[in-house]
Ligand binder design. Structure first.
Ligand SMILES: Cc1cc2nc3c(=O)[nH]c(=O)nc-3n(C[C@H](O)[C@H](O)[C@H](O)COP(=O)(O)O)c2cc1C
Length: 419
């Protein structure tokens, strides 16, 4: 039995039941998402820091223009005056989504991961623009993540694609799901799919910094299936977090999941956005390198490699250019920590900021090495080359391994010749 024995039916369309999860900032690139789409599955892009991503991809200057506009504010701990220009935000979002969906060539789908915790100093207005611009540009689906808000559906319920775009949510407990569904029922717009993300996932976790160890994906999936059955709701669920082999995936599909969401194994694919040397760090990592910490100023725990350069940051906050994590009153936990550290630093002392990191910068520079808990097993999935580095597999090789392998076997990519 392998994954290819199953299909994922979503709104009358059949997909291969493999979904590559959103990985901001531009780790799940256009190319990575397209490789899933080409093979009949679903690939995500992420709209995290989309204006910065456009600057990198298309040579626009959204970030430097914004930094220049607010240059006088750079030393001010009060960032409430910094606002994103909503027209430019819409322009960037459309550009990025159009760039991706216009290259579709298969039968799969291109979805967008949208983290609601990117509150951008104006949460409702910026979120509305992000969602509407993505729908205008032809995104197939939107996965609402990190910071799920009950009012999100209200923001877009007058958009012409509100009922046609596939809408999904990421939850880590039945409790969060049932609260969201109450709101969705009132709008007569249930989610089309539910990603159930367990405690072993990468990125931000929907559990406490310590209590994540008390949970396991299989139990949450079973409870979710039970809950939906009791409520008479037929919504496909998509487990995520720690699914490392095709056989792991089959076990969830046999339990009744519609598809599975995967990420960590694809971080080292040639198509993923991380720089090659960071991919090597991922593959070389050992269990002891993986930590769940509270360095993210969002307040959510995050899993990452303890060698992540962002954990050493002591830099002036860069909210004038970035500022994606500013809450609605222009605050971010890193700004406070930075100014506190500046205030207590002796004249010849090196600045050291304890606690939160500047995650906007950390993610933009690929200095935050977030990963799922299986990262230390990536060695099992590829070949060591004669020069000691690891071969980076293509996304297609990883996807096909998930699709076709059996008995927890992992097919390594064909050995690449080094000259
Ligand atoms: C490098 C990396 C970045 C991620 N970034 C995001 C993100 O921006 N938004 C999100 O909702 N989930 C994010 N995730 C979570 C994944 O989308 C996915 O649900 C989860 O990691 C799947 O588990 P696995 O990594 O064990 O396969 C990220 C995961 C990784 C590994």
């Amino acid at each position: 039995m392998n994954v290819n024995n199953f299909r994922f039916n979503l709104g009358g369309k059949e997909y291969v039941p493999l979904m590559i999860g959103g990985m901001g900032v531009n780790i799940s690139t256009t190319e990575l998402a397209l490789s899933a789409e080409r093979l009949g599955g679903i690939g995500h892009i992420s709209d995290a820091e989309v204006m910065h991503v456009c600057d990198q991809l298309f040579g626009t200057s959204y970030t430097s223009d914004k930094r220049r506009k607010y240059a006088d504010n750079i030393n001010n701990p009060d960032k409430s005056s910094i606002q994103f220009d909503l027209e430019l935000l819409a322009e960037a979002q459309k550009r990025y989504v159009t760039h991706t969906v216009s290259q579709k060539s298969g039968n799969g789908g291109i979805f967008m991961n949208c983290m609601e915790k990117l509150t951008m100093n104006n949460s409702a207005a910026t979120l509305k623009v992000r969602l509407e611009a993505a729908m205008d540009a032809g995104i197939d689906g939107i996965t609402l993540a990190a910071g799920l808000n009950l009012r999100t559906l209200d923001l877009i319920n007058d958009h012409e694609r509100f009922r046609d775009v596939k809408l999904g949510i990421i939850i880590s407990s039945v409790r969060a799901l049932s609260i969201f569904l109450k709101r969705a029922v009132r709008l007569d717009r249930l989610p089309d799919y539910i990603v159930v993300e367990g405690p072993l996932a990468g990125g931000h976790l929907g559990f406490g910094p310590e209590d994540w160890k008390n949970y396991d994906l299989r139990s949450i999936v079973a409870e979710t299936i039970e809950f939906l059955k009791k409520e008479n709701l037929d919504i496909p669920i998509i487990p995520a977090g720690g699914i490392f082999t095709g056989t792991d995936a089959v076990e969830y599909l046999e339990m009744g999941a519609g598809a599975v969401q995967l990420a960590t194994r694809f971080t080292i694919s040639r198509e993923a956005g991380l720089p090659d040397e960071v991919k090597q760090h991922y593959i070389n990592s050992i269990d002891e390198d993986v930590v769940v910490n509270t360095a993210s100023p969002t307040g959510y725990p995050m899993r990452m490699l303890k060698q992540s350069p962002t954990l050493q940051y002591a830099m002036r906050p860069n909210c004038e250019g970035l500022g994606y994590l500013l809450d609605n009153s222009g605050k971010c936990a890193y700004i406070e920590a930075y100014h506190q550290a500046m205030g207590s630093k002796g004249p010849n002392e090196r600045l050291s900021v304890n606690g939160p990191t500047c995650l906007c910068t950390g993610m933009a520079r690929y200095d935050c090495w977030t990963c799922g808990s299986t990262v230390s097993r990536l060695k099992e999935t590829t070949n060591r080359l004669p020069d000691g580095t690891w071969q980076l597999p293509s996304a297609e090789e990883i996807f096909l391994d998930y699709l076709l392998s059996e008995d927890h076997a992992i097919r390594r990519p064909a050995l690449e010749k080094q000259f």
